[in-house]
Design a protein around this ligand. Structure first.
Ligand SMILES: [Zn+2]
Length: 508
């Protein structure tokens, strides 16, 4: 059994399937670069057969992101497998990941295939993928609700056809830690050739057991964990990368030193980037990356922490990159100080003219805010990472309100090179502004949720606004950051509406 654990990140594929999480190609590339910096072993960049946009994004990532295996997903048909190869063929290291459902309910009602047909489809897809690339993964979708004898049969066929990784997903979040461990051991003991391939696990969190199930399977011999940043994904989400990685680090004693190569100090920056780009907030009490994960509130805990941090702290905030958030910069820090801080935060390799642009925003911010923290700087950079190819660009706004409850707003939006203006009244400035924007942007979108947060403590903190917009059957998330919460709200709303246009293009 190998003593290396492979971290397979599927934030860009399974994670992007979260409601409203749709990313543009440039946002996907930005995320992929950060995942490479984080040090995942494999990243699933997308599902190329799904749409031309998906294929393009996978190709872009395969060409530009180095030092990591790039995987693409494919159903077990010729078209999908060929598209997957088209997606990853230029990668430094490429993998095709093909899957078919193996549970009775999926085979009968979803696939309408007999078990024999399913086995043959798996054999054909793995054989075809193997003609393109040596690194082939096969997943038996809904493995945890499949019959074990049938699983052994199909896994044996996939291995015989050349699969080098076999994944046994808990697609619907149904299994329990002990049962999953037994399944892993059963496959290992009963399938010829299982000793020579990597067994992989992929869990969903429907019953809140995704991390527990993943760790239990690793303990039983699985050597690849499929995870997403912040645990985003279909329904209740996937296994969270940060939880698995930090559990293996913190409990080396239990897991026999099976430590992934991930740079744990990049965990918090990656979490913030993914949350910002997808618009999916992290719950405050989320393990490892939640705002309260390292906050000690109760007096008795604080007392213990002051005497010895080990009393209540099993890992340090520094180890996950939640460092220095109190180190401050001011207007007098200068360009050199600002650039040095960018480097410390891991944003190296930014071109000089881009640094000048960011520095201007930093100066503007420090005019409005006494102290600028690392969290503020990260917010500036993430805000800047937004695509510049937006269809709708807000070029001006004004709003006012009084104690009679009435508010009026005016906006100017650049649409395909033409400035258009509109005014509206509303219940408060933000409502009036959104209504004015709605007059200019068609599509019948409506606001579903609105959430405001402070990036840092203090009364001059930057406000971070997250909105969710529904346009027909799709929902889109958007986030905006500014010291003025009205400005942050308008930016977030524009972002969500722009995201809608990207998706409309791709599916058209
Ligand atoms: Zn999944």
């Amino acid at each position: 059994m190998s003593d290396r654990l492979i971290i397979f990140d599927t934030t860009l594929r399974d994670g992007e399937q979260s409601p409203g999480a749709t990313l543009t190609s440039s946002e996907k590339l930005e995320t992929a670069r950060q995942l490479a910096k984080l040090g995942v072993d494999v990243m699933e960049a997308g599902f190329p057969a799904a749409s031309p946009g998906d294929l393009m994004a996978v190709q872009m990532i395969a060409r530009e992101v180095k030092g990591v295996t790039i995987a693409a997903l494919a159903r077990t048909n010729e078209h999908d497998v060929t598209k997957a190869w088209e997606g990853v063929r230029d990668a430094e290291s490429a993998r095709i990941h093909t899957f078919i459902a193996t549970s009775p309910v999926h085979m009968k009602y979803k696939l309408r295939k007999s078990p024999d047909e399913v086995v043959e489809a798996a054999r054909a897809a793995v054989t075809l993928a193997k003609r393109f690339v040596d690194d082939v993964e096969f997943s038996a979708e809904d493995a945890t609700r499949s019959e074990w004898d049938f699983l052994c049969r199909i896994v044996a066929v996939a291995i015989e056809a050349g699969a080098t990784t076999i994944n046994l997903p808990d697609t619907v979040g149904y299994t329990t830690p002990e049962e999953y461990a037994r399944l892993i051991k059963h496959i290992r003991a009963n399938v010829p050739g299982a000793e020579d391939i990597v067994l992989s696990v992929h869990c969903h969190n429907d019953l809140g057991m995704a991390t527990a199930n993943t760790l239990s399977a690793i303990d039983a011999g699985a050597r690849q964990a499929e995870v997403t940043v912040n645990g985003i994904g279909e329904r209740a989400g996937n296994t969270s990368l940060e939880e698995v990685v930090m559990a293996l680090h913190t409990r080396k004693d239990f897991f026999g030193g099976l430590v992934p190569r991930v740079d744990t100090k990049q965990i918090v920056p990656t979490s913030k980037l993914v949350s910002h780009l997808t618009g999916i907030l992290v719950q405050p009490n989320k393990a490892i990356v939640g705002a309260n994960a390292f906050a000690h509130e109760a007096g008795i805990h604080q007392d213990g922490m002051l005497k010895n941090r080990d009393t209540y702290e099993i890992m340090t905030p520094q180890s996950v990159g939640l460092e220095m958030s109190r180190l401050v910069l001011g207007k007098h820090s200068g360009r050199a100080g600002f650039t040095a801080r960018l480097n410390e935060l891991g944003f190296d390799g930014i071109p000089k003219d881009k640094i000048n642009e960011l520095y201007q925003r930093f100066i503007e911010l420090s005019d409005r805010k006494k102290t600028v923290t690392n969290a503020d700087i990260i917010a500036i950079i993430e805000e800047d990472a937004q695509p510049k190819d937006d269809l709708y660009v807000l070029s001006g706004w004004r709003a006012n309100s009084g104690n009679d409850g009435r508010a009026e707003a005016w906006v100017k939006v650049l649409i395909e090179g033409v400035d258009r203006e509109a005014s509206a009244n509303g219940n408060g400035q933000i409502d009036a502004l959104f209504k004015a924007i709605d007059k200019l942007i068609p599509g019948g979108c409506s606001l579903e949720s609105f959430h405001i947060d402070a990036v840092t403590p203090g009364e001059d903190a930057q406000g971070e606004v997250s909105v969710r917009v529904r346009c027909g059957e799709h929902v889109y998330n958007g986030r905006g950051v500014a010291t003025d919460i009205v400005e942050a709200s308008v930016r977030a709303y524009m972002k969500a509406l722009n995201r809608g246009t990207v998706v409309a293009e791709v599916t058209a």
